[in-house]
Design a binder for this molecule. Sequence first.
Ligand code: 13P
Length: 292
Amino acid sequence: MALVNLKQILMETRDKRYAVPSVGADNHVLFEAILKEAESENKPVILMIPGFLLKDMDPRFFEYARLRIIQSSVPVCLHLDHAASYEECMNGIKYGFTSLMIDGSALSFEENVALTKRVVEAAAPCGISVEAEIGHVAGGEGNNNDGNEVDVNAFTDPDEAQRFVEETGVDALAIAFGTVHGIYKGEPKLKLELLDEVRERVDIPIVMHGGSGLSDEDFRNAVAHGISKINFCTGLFLSTTEAARAAIAEHNNKMQLPAVLGVIERAARKEISHLFDVYHTQPIDLGNIAHK
Ligand code: 13P
């Protein structure tokens, strides 16, 4: 069975210095494309669905997702991204997610600790991992505006990060050190020395949100400085849409849906393959995971 939790899929990332892509997969086409590429390259992958979409999705999609992943040859984590409340996390558990992100990053430190701790206490006995965020990555999930500005005032404080991990028992920590969700306003600039400081104080996997719009060099630097999981959504949505648009135009608007879906799948697989390359993602021995 290749369905694993976040702790298991990130287990070797720190020592071996690689990151696992965490990619938006809230529909069949992208879900399948990402998984097929992971299987063909024998690489682990995290498939994620944002919390705000849960209420509009058919719960049978999650049954399909779990079954498909269980039969897969590679380790896959099914991750609920940016759940906004305890209740949303409990729905995530009900639907079979193996990992939950509870996002209390806009709350006070104490409120964020209390909320995260409550989710960890409910999830841990079920073998479900929890990611939380300290500091705040600006931009919001799923917005389509022209650009978001990095908020330096919301960068992660390394002392707070350490205290947060100790007090919550969380499995992975998202930090703010120069990224935004969605399109960047201006040139992104990662504060790698801040990442180093957090990494020295925190011994669980560290997560970078807002991967879209970063350069290959940014990705390689982030991984070299200890990032274990990199979230990537907007870039995948834009590049697949653009590939479809270009192919349709090339065929004088005469292309039919099955062919368009094929174009989208190929474009998505190409993007995922590129992420595996720049994140330096390594195969994982499933036997190794089972014994941890
Ligand atoms: P992007 O859409 O900017 O890649 O960010 C994705 C993300 O961080 C989801 O949590």
